[in-house]
Write a protein that binds this ligand. Sequence first.
Ligand SMILES: NC(=O)C1=CN([C@@H]2O[C@H](COP(=O)(O)OP(=O)(O)OC[C@H]3O[C@@H](n4cnc5c(N)ncnc54)[C@H](O)[C@@H]3O)[C@@H](O)[C@H]2O)[C@H](O)CC1
Ligand SMILES: [K+]
Length: 495
Amino acid sequence: MQAIEKLIFQAGMPVAALMEKVALRITARLSELYPAQDYPRIGVLVGSGHNGGDALVVARELHHQGRQVKIHQVLPKSKPLTRVHGCYAKSLGIPFVELDDLADCDLIIDGIFGFGLERDITGEIAIAIDTINHWSIPVLSIDVPSGLHTDRGVAMGTAIGATHTFCLGLWKRGLLTESAASYVGKLELIGFDIPAQTALQVLGDDHSLWRINPQQILRSHLPLKRPVTAHKYEVGHLLLVVGSAQYAGAALLAAMGAKATGVGMVSIAVPYSLKSLLLVQMPDALVIGCPETASGAIANLPDLDLEKYQAIVCGCGLSLDAAPVVEQLVHGDRHLVLDADGLNAVAAMGVEHLQSRTGATVLTPHWGEFCRLFPYLRAVERLEALQTAVSQTNATILLKGAKTAIAVPHRAMPKIYINPESTPALARGGSGDVLAGMIGGLLAQGMTASDTAIVGTVWQAQTAIWLAQQRTEMGVDPLTLAQGLLPFLMSKSPL
Ligand SMILES: NC(=O)C1=CN([C@@H]2O[C@H](COP(=O)(O)OP(=O)(O)OC[C@H]3O[C@@H](n4cnc5c(N)ncnc54)[C@H](O)[C@@H]3O)[C@@H](O)[C@H]2O)[C@H](O)CC1
Ligand SMILES: [K+]
C-alpha cells in the first residue's frame, strides 16, 4: 500500500486530497452502519500518523452532521497533515479530551495506527488500548485495528478488539489470518479508486491473496448444470474409501456430502462388516465390502478397476491401519481427496510422494493434521506455511479453521483464497467428513480441484450459517448439515 500510495502521489494526487477522499467514504459508510440518531456521541482516538489524519477528517465530518464528537490525541507529536487537521478540528470547537472522557460515547473510532505500526506498543498507548478493550462500546477501526501487524495479523504488544474494521484500498494480508479473527470484527473494504495499472505495477498479476466473495461463488457455481442427455455414468462416478469398525459414521457422512452434489454414482469401499450398515442408509450407493484387518480397518481394496472412477475420497474414519490402501491410491493416477487418516497416512509416508501425482490432489487438513504433514512448517505463519506446502506438493490444500484458507498451485506463487464467513457451529466431529464427500462429488463431476475446495468450503459454511439461524449453533450436527445442503441452495435460488 505504501508503494501504491507513493505512485499515486507521484502521479499528482495530493496526499491531503487522498486522505479527504478516503475519510469521506469512511464517514458515508459509518453513517449507514452507525446512524446519528442511534450513535450521537462519538469518541475519536487519534494517532500521530495518517491513520490519525483519516480519523480527524471523519471527526470533523461527524461534527458537521451534528453529532457530539470528542477527540483523544493518543500521541503528542503528529505528522504535518495530521497536525493541521487537528488544528482545524480545534478551531471548530471539537473538544480534545482525556481518554476516560470517551467512556460515555456510543461509538469509538480507532485512528491510532494503521499500516505504519513499526514496533510493539508499550506504555500509555498500551494502557489506553487495554482500557478501551474493557469498555463495551463498539469500536470502528480505520484500516487496521491499532496494534495488529498489517501482514502477520498478530497483536504487537496489544491491539484493539474492533467491532468493525474498514480496510482501506486493498485487503491487508494480516486482516485475513486466523490470529486476526478475534481482533478485526466485521471486515469491510473501503475502496478509493486505486488505478488498476498502479496495483498491477506494484503487485504484479501474481497477487496471491484473495478474499472469497461467498455470494458470488454460490451464484456462479451452484447448482451444477447437467446435460439433458446425461445418464448416470456421465455425471461422474466417485469412489469413497472410508470407514472402519471404530469410525463407521464417518463413511456415511462422507457419502451424504457426496450425494448432495448430485454426482452420478457413488461407490463406497468400506470394511466388510460395515457393508450392510451402509446399504441400509445409502440404497443408491454401490457398497464394496473390503477384506478387513483385525482392528476392523480396510486391509486392502479388492481388485477394483480404478479407471472407472473420476475421483476418489480417501480417509474419513479410515483409521491408521489402512495406510497401505492410502499408499496404493497416492501412487495411482486418479483425482484424489485426502482427509483425516488419509492425511495421517501420507504424513507417515512422506509428503514428497504427492509431488509426482498425475491426478489432482486435494488435502483437507485442520492445523494439527497440517503440522503432522509438514512438521518443519509448524512455527511458520500459517498463510506462508500454506504457500510453501502447496509449492512442495503441487496439491490444493484446504486448511480448515475459523477462517478456512485454500491454497492452490500457481506458476510463480500459490494463490490463497480466504473464506471470510463461517460459524463455530461447524466446529464438531463429522463436519470434515461431509466436506470431503462434497469436494469429491464436485471433483468427480469435472470441477477443477481449486474450485471444488472453494465451492465446497463456501457451500458448507453458508449452509451452516443458514441452519444456525434456524436451530442455533448447537443444532448444526453433521447429519443435519448434510441434509441441509440442498434445501439451503433451494432457499437461495429463485424457483
Ligand atoms: N492506501 C491507504 O491504505 C491509505 C492510507 N492512509 C492512512 O494512512 C495510514 C498509514 O499512515 P502512516 O502515517 O504511514 O502510519 P500510521 O498512521 O499507522 O502511523 C504510524 C505512526 O505512529 C508511529 N508509531 C509506529 N509504531 C509505534 C509504536 N509502537 N508506538 C508509538 N508510535 C508508533 C509512527 O512513527 C508513525 O508516525 C493508513 O493506515 C491509513 O489509515 C491514507 O490516509 C489514505 C490511504
Ligand atoms: K486504526
